[in-house]
Design a protein around this ligand. Structure first.
Ligand code: PMP
Length: 285
């Protein structure tokens, strides 16, 4: 598991070298994606690509790549790295330029880098096997365009580390109005009286693909009500269930927030129903 792609060539990852003058390194001037793949089957390739292209457009980077080129890249990396459980990482920076200046260089070729890393097997809808999370909370210190999947992740890294240092595995974040935004590397959901609720999308949150798929499968099924709206931290504290979602975790039950149990402190029934639907449909996206 070590074949990477860099600027047109496949190579062992140790041989993939990027200049220190690359703007991704100097400024975090780049965007990225992680597409999960299980036994050679991609989850959410199209929505991941759409989000990536949206991010590239938002920061004024043009690769000229077609959907087929991105798909072929992912499939080639799967083929080269063995079709296990993989996160396919794609990163595009504005490119390497001879001087360090903030303004966009007139002529610069984007750096395109991709590699794979191993991820856990796809979660199964079984309460006894669910990987549960304990989380911290913090006022969200990140920039105002969290909808762009930028590699400028210092705020996310600091928030995540705070959770770790407090003996937890993630950190739930809230804005200046005490409203839930997301977690440092996941989106967030609560369940109250049988209704699934998640914060509305805006510039304060990444539009997660797992979030999008989960909302879609719940709506298509139609049995569990789902609301997208403002969620206060008081509601989080009083929720029956809390989940965090991301491509590699899918729907992860949170069982304690700042050492206080969520609901009865156990994995919930609505989680089971939601992960069951997600598991049945993950390869349809
Ligand atoms: N929010 C943040 C800040 C993230 O980094 C991620 C991805 N790790 C997510 C949400 C979840 O996005 P996705 O479901 O597309 O993986």
């Amino acid at each position: 598991m070590n074949t990477a792609y860099l600027n047109g060539k496949y190579m062992p990852i140790e041989q993939a070298k990027i200049s220190p003058l690359d703007r991704g390194f100097l400024f975090g001037d780049s965007v990225y994606e992680v597409v999960p793949s299980y036994a050679g089957k991609l989850v959410g390739f199209m929505p991941h690509l759409q989000r990536m292209n949206g991010g590239l457009e938002a920061i004024g980077i043009s690769t000229g790549w077609s959907e087929k080129q991105w798909l072929d890249l992912c499939l080639k990396l799967i083929q080269e790295n063995g079709a296990g459980n993989l996160g396919i990482y794609l990163q595009i920076s504005r490119g390497t330029y001879e001087s360090r200046a903030h303004r966009f260089p007139d002529k610069v070729t984007p750096t395109i880098f991709a590699f794979c890393f191993e991820i856990a097997a796809a979660p199964v809808a079984d309460k006894t096997l669910a990987k549960t999370y304990k989380v911290s909370t913090a006022r969200d210190i990140r920039w105002d365009r969290r909808d762009i999947k930028s590699t400028s992740l210092l705020g996310n890294v600091l928030h995540y580390q705070q959770g770790i240092e407090q003996g937890n595995q993630e950190t739930l974040l809230y804005n200046e109005h005490n409203e839930l935004t997301e977690a440092s590397s996941c989106n967030a959901f609560i369940v109250k009286n049988g209704t699934v609720i998640t914060p509305l999308l805006d510039h304060q949150k990444l539009p997660g693909i797992t979030r999008q798929i989960l909302i879609d499968v719940l709506r298509n099924d139609g049995k569990i009500p789902i609301e997208e709206r403002v969620v206060s931290m008081e509601e989080v504290a009083e929720a029956d269930e809390v989940w965090i979602t991301s491509s590699s975790r899918e729907i992860a039950p949170v069982i304690a927030i700042d050492s206080v149990p969520v609901g009865n402190g156990q994995v919930g029934d609505i989680w089971l129903a939601a992960q069951t639907l997600f598991s049945a449909n993950r390869f349809n996206y």
